[in-house]
Design a protein around this ligand. Structure first.
Ligand SMILES: NC(=O)c1ccc[n+]([C@@H]2O[C@H](COP(=O)([O-])OP(=O)(O)OC[C@H]3O[C@@H](n4cnc5c(N)ncnc54)[C@H](O)[C@@H]3O)[C@@H](O)[C@H]2O)c1
Length: 395
């Protein structure tokens, strides 16, 4: 256990590329945007390469750096471990950090398998008895328009939910010459589009509807089965060489779903939607209205209120920038939009507030295990060609 005082939260973060940069931005800004009971300190950033991690520390604003996450999780001057490395590292790092009494924020998907995720939930439950808390980084929940969507559904404004329609569309590997980066290797990423982006729409739709996916009928496809091996360490991009290697994850995952509150859903996650860069779109149809969110227009929410007189009905574009909208009082005057990075600042705000209140932040590891169980059911259904039940969530 760290010697945490009651006013600060000393963070040790692992990984310094995409999510490392996004989380750094959030840790840097969170106490400047929000009045919070704890001050986040960007204490130590960790990576495997001394030169690169030291450059990242300087660029991203970390006080110190380390090349060994095992040393980092054992340090007495760290209160929280923030895991921004690929899925194959999540379980091992989180288990060690929890055993050392550190709070843990872990990027999504929680793990590479249900077995790992269950072990992480068990470890979190043990650690919780010592006041140690965990959170999984499903940041899109913290988009103000998404939070508003959840509030409107909870208030009954669209009535009984009938349809959930969710897509997450990208196109960054359409080119067959794009190299075999870690996201295309099952032993590192766990799965492909399914876990990388499908996990987000599973979490987001379950979050806004309050319903859990119970059964699925799925298909997955890998369009390009072999790709050039990367010549340099690569995150999202990188150069390919002459030699080819096998793609061992899905390029696209589609599924039908039944949710436990009676809704039915369609889900599509793909990296082959040519022209779509980060096209996440969710539409919910209920007995009294509909709500539509599109991340490319993340400051807006469309609302159709079917209780209005027929002559006044139509989709209303709500600009979610009013101070009374979720999170927005901290930012700019109405009509001045926010961006992708704010979802992470909001994540850190909610995490800090929960830690200070000695409450469990959400989504918990148990919530993230439930997403993992859906991913697992999708893979089993795609393999068998049958409707498949999502297993129970108890660890
Ligand atoms: N919330 C989101 O919207 C979102 C977006 C992208 C990625 N992610 C998740 O974040 C995680 C990281 O993805 P990314 O896009 O930042 O990847 P990335 O390739 O950009 O960065 C990964 C980082 O982890 C480091 N790393 C890899 N193995 C390591 C090890 N064994 N020890 C220490 N450091 C190690 C790499 O050096 C690199 O700094 C993944 O779990 C991914 O699914 C979440």
């Amino acid at each position: 256990m760290s010697d945490q005082d009651e006013s600060r939260l000393r963070v040790g973060m692992i990984g310094y590329e995409f999510m490392g940069a996004a989380h750094s931005q959030a840790w840097r800004t969170v106490n400047h945007a929000f009045d919070l009971p704890l001050t986040a300190e960007m204490a130590v950033i960790c990576g495997r390469d001394e030169a690169r991690v030291s450059a990242a520390a300087a660029k991203l604003g970390w006080a110190r750096h380390s090349t060994d996450w095992r040393e980092l999780v054992e340090r007495d001057d760290i209160d929280l471990i923030d895991i921004c490395s690929p899925g194959n590292t999540h379980a091992e790092i989180a288990l060690a950090a929890l055993a050392a009494g550190k709070h843990v924020l872990c990027e999504k998907p929680l793990a590479n398998s249900v077995a790992e995720a269950r072990e992480m939930v068990r470890a979190a439950q043990r650690a919780q008895t010592q006041g140690v808390r965990v959170m999984c980084g499903f940041n899109y929940r913290r988009t103000p328009a998404v939070a508003l969507m959840r509030e409107l559904i909870a208030a009954g404004r669209i009535g009984e939910i009938r349809h959930v329609r969710a897509v997450y569309l990208q196109d960054w590997i359409v080119d067959p010459q794009f190299p075999l980066v870690w996201r295309l290797r099952r032993e590192i990423a766990g799965s492909g589009s399914l876990g990388d982006i499908g996990a987000h729409i599973v979490d987001l739709t379950q979050f806004v509807t309050g319903q859990s996916i119970s059964t699925v009928s799925a298909l997955t496809e890998t369009f390009v089965k072999r790709r050039p091996l990367p010549t340099a360490a690569a995150g999202l991009a990188g150069q390919g060489g002459e030699e080819l290697g096998d793609v061992t994850v899905d390029d696209a995952a589609l599924f039908l779903a039944r949710l436990d509150g009676g809704a039915i859903g369609t889900y599509e996650a793909t990296r082959f939607a040519t022209g779509r860069k980060n096209g996440m779109r969710v539409e919910i149809n209920g007995s009294r209205g509909s709500l539509v969110f599109d991340f490319e227009r993340m400051n807006e929410l469309e609302f159709y209120d079917a209780t209005l007189p027929a002559t006044e009905q139509g989709f209303t574009r709500i600009l979610v920038t009013e101070p009374d909208h979720p999170y927005m009082a901290a930012w700019w005057p109405a009509g001045h939009p926010i961006g992708y990075e704010h979802t992470f600042t909001h994540e850190m705000r909610d995490l800090i507030e929960a830690l200070a209140a000695k409450e469990d932040p959400t989504p918990s590891f148990a919530d993230a295990l439930q997403v993992q169980l859906v991913l697992d059911a999708v893979e089993r259904s795609a393999a068998s060609g049958s409707w498949t039940e999502v297993e129970g969530g108890a660890p």
